[in-house]
Design a protein around this ligand. Structure first.
Ligand code: FAD
Ligand code: NAD
Length: 453
């Protein structure tokens, strides 16, 4: 069989894969992108974008809940879940076709199908063999399989974004981002929600004090939370599902209509025949160097959720894709820097975070000033009748640089980007305080969040 030759073949057409195409096409390289499913991948089709449509409805319910504080009389709201899912699907339906047009304009050949290595420089897709000087693995992630009896009874975020009937009750296994985001929407929509987390803290990578605030708010809206649990099995129980788990040395069981896998996502690389590509890997993790390049095959790069060591976030996938593209053009010159990458957990209200947690800053031995503010009594929080308004900003005492910033409520999902910008470009705490902010805005509270230096 004769092979078709390209400079670059990209496996996967999500944020990461698309991110690769910019630099390599600008350099005039020929590019084929193999996509097994919907162009755009997880974020626009099954992740960030459709999820945010549901979160926006949760936000509206939260506003309605507090309407009486503004002296607005309102009846009990009724959410038409099927119509909300239809709205969500309608909002995203054109994205793959729009991206196909964008890729065509960029002269990227998009090939539909599942790609896998057949050699160190070759990939098979359907009956075609593509030979490339560089191959990029941008195949994303998939839910972590749980090795427990009854695991096949769980649904994933894909189903939660598609089922037109709101379940009366849901149990999330894992207390991470997916459980909290969907849990908040479901609880506000009237479902009974329980979250079972294996570790002592929900959202284990986040600042412990911020998580405690979010935990209190989650419990306030009726979510039942258990940490330090060991889930033993899932079984059918009179048309419902029962989750059996141990906690504090005793066995417990809880039942619901749906059980959701919220136990993390793993790199989606197990069907790529990595060995044929001479790509070193172990336990589903591709071994990479600091330039996102395979340690065993210098013609293979990895980016996005398929990278086993970086946060699985959409802007990071795009950023890594761009770095890989530039490394292909300029020969392994660039390395990612994740220090100032902001992220937000879109609960209602959200938890937003950038940089180090206080615990990690202390572990690393920084001399720090920690500015913690419960802002519920501040004018801005009272104006909007916030239910939680909290911030923690960590400043390096020796340089006056921001090391980390964490928020719950108070438009933290927007403020966090200001702190990310400051971290990236070395803007000091004093300079942030000295800036003049539009008033009254949540941003104008930033200078007070930083103390008065
Ligand atoms: C429910 C949910 C909500 C999320 N919300 C957010 C959020 O609010 N903010 C945020 O920053 N991040 C969010 N994320 C994470 C974000 O979606 C991912 O980090 C991002 O989409 C990863 O991009 P990627 O290109 O690496 O992978 P993907 O977007 O998953 O793309 C990989 C592509 O590769 C294709 N593919 C896989 N194997 C093959 C193969 N062998 N051959 C050909 N094609 C293949 C897949 O079909 C897929 O289209 C969310 C994720 C989920 C699941
Ligand atoms: N807003 C966002 O940026 C956003 C939203 C959704 C998803 N995502 C991305 O998608 C990825 C997957 O989300 P997720 O929430 O599934 O993962 P996660 O990594 O956020 O959380 C998984 C949680 O499950 C726990 N866990 C693992 N195994 C368990 C078990 N057997 N029993 C009980 N608990 C267990 C972990 O300790 C962890 O707290 C995340 O890495 C996240 O980056 C991002």
């Amino acid at each position: 069989m004769t092979s078709e030759k390209f400079d670059v073949v990209v496996l996967g057409g999500g944020n990461a894969g698309i991110g690769v195409t910019g630099p390599v096409r600008r350099a005039g390289m020929s590019v084929a992108m193999i996509e097994a499913d919907l162009l755009g991948g997880t974020c626009p089709n099954r992740g960030c974008t459709p999820k945010k449509v549901l979160v926006a409805a949760g936000h509206a319910l939260h506003e309605i809940e507090r309407a009486s504080i503004h002296h607005i009389a309102i009846g009990k709201p009724k959410l038409d879940w099927a119509a909300l899912i239809d709205r969500e699907k309608d909002m995203i339906k054109d994205i793959p076709a729009n991206l196909a047009r964008a890729m065509a304009k960029r002269n990227v050949e998009v090939i539909k199908g599942h790609g896998a290595f057949t050699g160190p420089n070759t990939v098979r897709v359907g009956s075609r063999i593509l030979e490339a000087r560089q191959i990029v693995i941008a195949t994303g992630s998939k839910p972590r399989p749980l090795p427990i009896p009854g695991a096949e009874l769980m649904i994933t975020s894909d189903e939660m974004l598609s089922e037109r009937e709101l379940p009366a009750s849901v149990i999330f296994i894992g207390g991470g981002v997916i459980a909290l985001e969907f849990g908040h929407v479901y609880a506000r929509a009237g479902a009974d929600v329980a979250i079972l987390e294996a570790l002592p803290q929900l959202l284990p990578a986040m600042d412990a004090d911020a998580v405690a605030r979010l935990q209190a708010e989650s419990e306030r809206i009726g979510i039942r939370l258990r940490t330090t649990v060991s889930v033993k099995r899932i079984e059918q129980a009179n048309g419902r599902l029962r989750v059996v788990f141990s906690h504090d040395g005793a066995e417990h069981a809880t039942e619901a209509d749906r059980v959701v896998n919220g136990a993390g996502r793993i790199a989606n690389v197990d069907t790529l025949d990595l060995s044929a590509g001479q790509v070193e890997h172990a336990n589903g993790r591709v071994a990479i160097d600091g330039h996102l390049r395979s340690t065993s095959n210098p013609n293979v790069y990895v980016c996005g959720d398929a990278v086993p060591t970086s946060p699985q976030l959409s802007p990071i996938a795009t950023y890594e894709g761009d770095i890989v593209g530039r490394n292909i053009v300029e020969r392994a010159k660039y390395s990612p820097d994740y220090a100032s990458m902001a992220t937000s957990v879109y609960t209602v209200p959200p938890l937003a975070s950038v940089g180090l947690t206080e615990a990690v800053a202390r572990q690393k031995g920084f001399a720090i000033d920690v500015h913690v503010n419960d802002m519920l009594d501040w004018f801005s929080a009272k104006t909007y009748a916030e239910t939680v308004a909290w911030s923690k900003v960590i400043v390096d005492r020796s340089t006056d640089r921001i090391l980390g910033a964490h928020f719950v409520g108070h438009s933290g999902q927007e403020l966090v980007n200001i702190f990310g910008l400051a971290m990236r470009f070395g803007i000091t705490a004093r300079q942030i305080r000295e800036n003049v902010y539009a008033y009254p805005t949540f941003s104008s509270d930033i200078k007070h969040m930083l103390g008065h230096g």
